[in-house]
Design a protein around this ligand. Structure first.
Ligand code: SF4
Ligand code: SF4
Length: 449
């Protein structure tokens, strides 16, 4: 039996905004631009209070290989640099900018000169692009696999399988020309055997549009997939579009594949024509507490509260605000939290929908096991977490392949006893990480003696 399954959990789609053309917000009075939007090292601020900035001005320099530069999303004046708590749970520098309301582009922005793979890679890095589907891995790091000559397939993620979210759908419908340019751009640097768009069947307009746009490119295949969750999970998408299995602990590049989100690709195609770095996001604003769901184009660093107000506010008391969708979104503690590069949705739930379900004892029905797209046994993780000896607990969790859990939440979703399975898995993964870090540090100390 294959490790991967098609992803067969049917979550309610609630794509209320599938036909909502994104509306651009007016310039906010102030933005708070975090120096961390992704996995890896935060950027280092390169501006100081009082500096004049424009849309696209560099405000934070990448601080390492797995890091990404950050740019101003408004024109105005730097007010302060302060530590803010971001959804990753870390205190990170943020550059606070008072907008002049003009949204003047930086006059020094230039279209990047791309002559070979090295200049292309440098341009991708300078653009500040990180995976816009939510994971946020710096795109330049991912695309470096092309330079190593190991990539055979490009898989474009248009699955958008979470309830509510439609920002990628709008990209595929409205920016299919940019997607074509993006594919042609990447094909300049890699002789892909195949380029595949994985799109759920509940987006017929996007599928039809892309089939039309790529009709004369035989190496591009549009792959409609069942509308089941989580088709957009990287390893699941690769399996369901190419049949390839990414082994545990390996990356897609190890099986010759690069996965890119469709909105990331459209941005890249736009960047090489304009030189305007990543400064704004298309965001789906929806959820049971939102009065009028909409798609919005918001400057990065705008507060979530302002975005919610822009679409008409809420229809009831807010129970929870999520960055992302209801299955994998991260809850934030305040609507002052800024829009990040990875914010593709703001899901606002009513108090009733946000209330944690009452959990009862496991009835050993096995539904969580059947639902897991990675073939895991979530109940084992919960049991292993109760082992008091840390070493034994971590060994058991690793034996049960906790590292393969993609935190999709399918197990929790189907559990009739409402067990907090995905929450347990996150705790288990954190416990393994912490144990490994502490044993490595202890080993180093011993070696240093
Ligand atoms: S959260 Fe992890 S264990 Fe649960 S269904 Fe998803 S991959 Fe499987
Ligand atoms: S789905 Fe829930 S009740 Fe059923 S086996 Fe899994 S944890 Fe137990």
């Amino acid at each position: 039996m294959s490790l991967f399954k098609l992803g067969k959990v049917h979550v309610p789609h609630r794509k209320n905004t599938a036909e909502a053309i994104p509306v651009r917000m007016p310039a906010p009075a102030q933005v708070s631009i975090s120096m961390l939007h992704h996995i890896g090292a935060p950027a280092t601020p390169v501006v100081k209070p009082g500096d004049k900035v424009y849309v696209g001005t560099l405000v934070g320099e990448a601080a390492g290989y797995v890091s990404s530069p950050v740019h101003s999303s408004v024109s105005g004046t730097v007010k302060k640099i302060e530590k803010t708590l971001v959804s990753a749970g870390k205190e990170i520098d943020s550059v606070v900018i008072e907008s002049d309301g003009e949204m003047t582009p930086d006059p020094d922005l230039r279209v990047p000169e791309i002559t070979d793979f090295a200049s292309f890679s440098a341009a991708v890095r300078a653009s500040g692009l990180v995976g816009l589907g939510g994971a946020g891995f710096p795109t330049s790091v991912k695309l470096d696999a092309i330079g190593k000559g190991i990539i055979k397939r490009l898989v474009l993620n248009g699955a958008e399988c979470e309830p509510y979210i439609t920002s990628d759908t709008r990209t595929m419908v409205e920016k299919s020309d940019l997607l074509r340019e993006g594919v042609e751009l990447l094909c300049r640097f890699c002789d892909f055997e195949e380029v595949v768009f994985g799109i759920e069947k509940n987006k017929p307009e996007a599928i039809a549009k892309l089939k039309d746009v790529f009709a004369d490119m035989p190496k591009v295949r549009i792959c409609p997939m069942p509308s089941t969750y989580p088709q957009g999970g990287e390893k699941i998408l690769i399996y369901n579009t190419t049949g390839l299995v990414v082994p545990e602990g390996k990356l897609p590049a190890d099986v010759g594949v690069i996965v890119m989100n469709v909105t990331s690709l459209a941005f890249l195609a736009s960047y090489v024509k304009t030189g305007m770095p990543l400064v704004e996001k298309v965001i789906t604003v929806d959820g049971s507490a939102i009065a009028s769901p909409a798609n919005v184009i918001a400057p990065i660093g705008t507060s979530l509260g302002e975005v919610i107000e822009f679409v008409g506010g809420t229809s009831c008391e807010i129970g929870k605000i999520l960055l992302g969708g209801p299955m994998m979104g991260v809850a934030v503690w305040t609507d002052a939290h800024p829009v990040l590069k990875t914010t593709n949705a703001i899901t606002v739930l009513s108090e009733r929908d946000a209330a944690p379900p009452k959990s009862t004892a496991c009835i050993h029905c096995g539904r969580c096991v059947s639902a897991c797209p990675m073939g895991l046994q979530p109940t084992y993780f919960a049991r292993a977490l109760n082992i008091s000896d840390k070493r034994e607990m971590c060994e058991r969790l690793e034996d049960e392949k906790i590292g393969l859990c993609i935190e999709c939440g399918c197990c929790s979703f189907v559990c009739p006893a409402k067990r907090p399975l995905v929450e347990n898995n996150r705790l288990a993964k954190a416990a393994v990480r912490e144990y490994k870090t502490s044993t490595a540090a202890a080993g180093k100390k011993g070696g240093d003696k």
